[in-house]
Design a protein. Structure first.
Lengths: 399, 172, 379
């Protein structure tokens, strides 16, 4: 209660009637508390951020998660190893192939099976295509957050083709469950590689459109440069990974630095580069840098896909593993480069058919933690830009 | 550095709380029913001294674990008296990882918060706290993160019993 | 409408009392304005959906009528039939009043819009002034709507609207002063008539080098005034859900929509009349030569007579202006579906720090140019 209201007789009797202890809510007039979400166009799902704002200036932010919590880790302790695979599709639903891959690699690390080379190469093609698709959504919806509607539909145009490609190879468009423990669900259909190759050619032209239309658009640059700055130290301290650290100028990519599958071979052949932000349009680590990294990564992924297409071999696509999988006793942690950062799977087996722990280290969950620190001090419009630049998928933060 | 080198270095700097190293091994044919152990090596650390241990890992100039990638817990079995705390560290400079495991008694799981060393663990600890009922002493913001504020019990424990109803909504 | 009333007056005028004439005048005027605004809004909504569709590699509405041209009517029926929802904690009276006020303001502004060189609702000498005054009244309705909805998002939207419109009224008015000064009149019809030379191509835009910058400034300010992207901050759908109209639905919501499109049309009309020749084009010029221009001629006996032969000329003139207006509307749509949204501080900076001084400079430059021209060529 403020002093003025206490002095008025009506207010004081009200306080007396309620009793001093019951007036627990401090009515603050200078700051406006806004419930940003759970249903809001810019939260990319059902996330809620409790924002405190002084006019247009955000003075405090507190993310509240859990609206999409589906007990993925608990389910992992109750279903068989292979049965858990479809659940992995559902945490980061924009990069399901990568999730399948991460889980499969973790279980394979315990199994110690040899994956056929053809399966590995198709896995990389799928993972990279899905990375492109995921970045397309990230970039398109980021444009939407900034207020540009059209690039969003342009990016979805290419994503549509990418999903059609996945539909041809596994029948599903969003939740694939295509990459299995031990290899792949089945071989690519005839003509699929040729179509992927065509997709790569077309995509490279269309990619230039996004760059011209949005990435270097002056309004876009003005909106995203110099806001939401994440310094190198902050990025390390908060455990940010993937595009978020590269956006802060840290040259780190698991595909190159801790290679899995045959990424080291691709890297050594010089097929792709790791785009690292240089702070071209403003301070290093701002929102523009992060979106730049994503846009540049798309074209690098195309190069990786091309390399795999060129080096494709014939052969089986799945290792010989039993239908009812028994995983040897032990524990393994495998982190892979998801579009959003390091997706880690920590699996523990007691030698049985069911895992005793399936820990999912979702990159969005860790990347989101930084919001509490970088949102205060920005404008409401910037807050949306900053949230969009972290590129979270709420299915993964909540799992 | 590989795991052996990291472990040697940790021994050399006398990292506080370091108990032992656990490496994967092939099943020993001489021992009956030995299954061996698959997967990754890890170091076992005393839970109560984990903070000091992490500090050494972060600051030692030959380890330089700049990032805490993951902090989670595991309830190995219903009749096991202990919970595990699993920490994954990553060094960007030297490109190596370290898996750490701590044991906590299930009866009263409590350990110092690691947030002063790595802020990344802030949300991970909140998740562990609500899912496993672990108390992180000194955590700056010990609220539930994924579960509702009024949730009862620790759902990720093996002995957790699913509630029959929640706020009048039947769960059966 | 003067033409229509003149007709009535000529035929039966002597037998009717004055008050009835006034009533007929008022009712026809209101009916025509309302119909016009509704038609403009419906057509603009359809146009926007088609334009955005084609920009975004889609078709837009395709099913209701040929290329979906009846879509707006279908939507209108849907909106009319929707449940009228008022939030429990809203200020009911203001909540219901606000959309009406917004629409009324824009309808009022249309009174100064000339339908053709000889047909008008009101031949107002301060036409520009009236249009700007009325269209800024919509801000009051918007602020009212934002406040009455009792929601934080709507408050944000309406406060942004207030700040933005106040900031951009200034460059809008000042940049319009440039052609007004050259024309020497505030009247839209007269200003248009002044551009009839050069076979209908003596547009103000071509007569003074400061007109082009003034037109660009006017267009930017008009975008902000009508809250169109990149200045659609009051309703910024990704930031403020739907801004000031978050809590509105059904027909009340559509009032805001109609206002937006009517305002776009009206701002384009101002631009068309004061920069792009208004009714004048070579086509209008030759139609005028061919059919004659005057609707009301003084007959042999000194009595006024209606000259129906001139109607095709007036039709051509009216269509010319409407086409120019929709060209402006199309430009606004094009921009909306291309550009991202600017931030509120950037909007304010642009309005106060750049557009206002620049428009003042334009006025100064145009004035010096005109004075120089006068001094050199007048004698």
């Amino acid at each position: 209660m403020t002093r003025e209201t206490q002095s008025t007789p009506a207010a004081s009797t009200r306080v007396q009637r309620l009793g001093a202890g019951e007036v627990s809510v401090d009515i603050r007039t200078p700051d406006l508390e806004i419930n940003f979400g759970p249903q809001h166009p810019a939260t990319h799902g059902v996330m809620r951020i409790l924002m405190r704002a002084d006019g247009e200036l955000v003075t405090g932010a507190q993310p509240h998660l859990g609206y999409l919590h589906r007990c993925a880790e608990k389910i992992g302790e109750n279903v068989e190893w292979l049965q858990y695979l479809p659940y992995t599709d559902r945490y980061d639903y924009l990069a399901s192939m990568n999730n399948n891959l991460g889980y499969s690699l973790a279980v394979e690390a315990l199994l110690g099976v040899e994956i056929p080379r053809r399966a590995t190469l198709i896995r990389i093609i799928c993972a990279e295509l899905n990375r492109i698709g995921s970045h397309l959504v990230a970039f398109g919806t980021y444009g939407l957050d900034i207020g540009a509607f059209t690039p969003f539909l342009y990016t979805f145009r290419e994503r549509e083709w990418m999903m059609a490609l996945f539909e041809k190879i596994c029948g599903a468009r969003l939740t694939y469950s295509y990459i299995r423990i031990g290899g792949l669900f089945n071989d690519a259909p005839p003509g699929w590689f040729e179509e992927v190759s065509r997709f790569c050619d077309v995509f490279e032209q269309k990619w230039q459109e996004y760059v011209d239309l949005l990435l270097v658009n002056q309004i876009y640059v003005k909106r995203t440069a110099n806001i939401g700055i994440i310094s190198r130290e902050m990025a390390l301290d908060f455990g940010l990974t993937g595009t978020m650290v590269r956006g802060s100028g840290i040259d780190w990519d698991l595909r190159r630095d801790m290679p899995y599958m045959c990424y080291d071979e691709i890297w050594r052949s010089g097929a792709f580069k790791i785009p690292v932000a240089r702070g071209e349009m403003g301070a290093l680590g701002d929102c523009w840098d992060r979106s730049w990294v994503r846009v540049m990564e798309m074209i690098e992924s195309i190069k990786i896909v091309r390399w795999c297409l060129d080096n494709m071999v014939e052969g089986p696509v799945i290792a010989d593993i039993p239908k009812t999988l028994k995983v040897p006793l032990g524990e393994a942690y495998v982190g892979i480069e998801n579009p959003r950062g390091e997706l880690g799977h920590y699996v523990v087996s007691d030698g049985g058919k069911v895992s005793i722990r399936t820990r999912v280290r979702g990159p969005s969950f860790c990347n989101l933690a930084v919001l509490e620190d970088i949102l205060p001090g920005s404008l409401v419009g910037d807050a949306i830009a900053i949230i969009g630049s972290t590129d979270i998928v709420v299915g993964e933060t909540d799992r | 550095m590989d795991f052996q080198a990291i472990h040697d270095r940790l021994r050399a700097v006398a990292a506080p709380g370091l108990v032992s190293a656990d490496l994967p091994r092939k099943p020993d044919p001489k021992v009956k029913k030995d299954k061996g152990r698959a997967g990754d090596p890890f170091v076992l650390v005393e839970a109560q001294r984990l903070v000091e241990f992490l500090e050494v890992c972060r600051d030692d100039d030959r380890l330089k674990f700049e990032q805490l990638i993951d902090l989670s817990a595991t309830d190995p079995a219903k009749d096991d008296a202990q919970l595990w705390i699993n920490v994954q560290l990553l060094s960007l400079k030297f490109r190596h990882r370290l898996a750490i495991k701590c044991l906590l008694p299930k009866a009263a799981p409590s350990m110092p918060s690691t947030v002063p060393v790595y802020r990344a663990s802030q949300w991970h600890e909140r998740e562990c706290a609500e899912m496993f009922g672990i108390t992180f002493v000194g955590h700056p913001d010990p609220r539930n993160i994924l579960l509702p504020d009024d949730w009862v019990g620790s759902p990720m424990r093996k002995d957790y019993e699913f509630p029959k109803e929640y706020h009048g909504i039947s769960c059966e | 409408m003067n033409f229509f009333l003149e007709g009535i007056y000529q035929t039966v005028g002597e037998h009717l009392p004055m008050w009835l004439m006034m009533l007929i005048a008022a009712v026809t005027g209101i009916a025509v304005v309302l119909g016009m605004v509704s038609l403009i809004a419906m057509f603009s909504v359809w146009l926007e959906r088609k334009v955005s569709g084609h920009i975004q590699c889609r078709y837009g509405p395709m099913y209701v009528g040929w290329h979906g041209w009846l879509q707006s009517i279908a939507d209108g029926v849907k909106l009319l039939l929707k449940e009228d929802m008022i939030p429990r904690d809203a200020d009911r009276a203001l909540f219901m009043l606000a959309p009406g006020l917004v629409l009324a303001a824009i309808l009022g502004a249309f009174a100064a819009y000339p339908l053709s060189p000889g047909i008008w609702f009101g031949d107002i000498d301060l036409g520009v002034f009236m249009i700007i005054a009325f269209s800024s009244m919509t801000t009051i309705g918007v602020v009212m709507a934002g406040w009455a909805s009792n929601s934080k998002w709507t408050i944000y939207g309406s406060m942004r609207e207030a700040a933005q419109v106040v900031a951009y009224e200034i460059p809008l008015g000042i940049s319009l002063l440039v052609p007004v000064m050259v024309a020497g009149t505030f009247n839209l019809r007269e200003a248009s008539a002044l551009q009839a030379d050069w076979f209908g191509m003596k547009w103000f835009l071509f007569t003074n080098p400061f007109m082009l910058p003034a037109f660009v400034l006017f267009f930017i300010a008009a975008l902000a005034e009508t809250k169109r992207a990149p200045f659609d901050l009051p309703e910024a759908e990704s930031e403020l859900v739907a801004g000031f109209m978050t809590e509105y639905s059904g027909i009340r919501w559509s009032f805001f929509f109609m206002e937006e499109y009517a305002a776009m049309f009206l701002m384009s009309a101002l631009g068309a009349v004061f920069f792009l020749g208004g009714f004048e084009s070579p086509l209008t010029h030759f139609a005028g030569e061919f059919f004659g221009r005057d609707l009301v001629v003084v007959g042999a006996g000194g009595a006024k007579e209606l000259n129906f032969a001139a109607i095709p000329y007036h039709l051509v003139a009216a269509v010319t202006l409407i086409a120019k207006c929709f060209f402006g509307v199309f430009l606004m749509m094009w921009l909306r579906w291309t550009l991202p949204r600017v931030r509120i501080d950037q909007v304010m900076t642009m309005g106060y720090k750049y557009l206002t001084p620049l428009s003042l400079l334009c006025v100064l430059g145009a004035a010096l140019w005109e004075a120089g021209k006068h001094a050199l060529f007048a004698s």
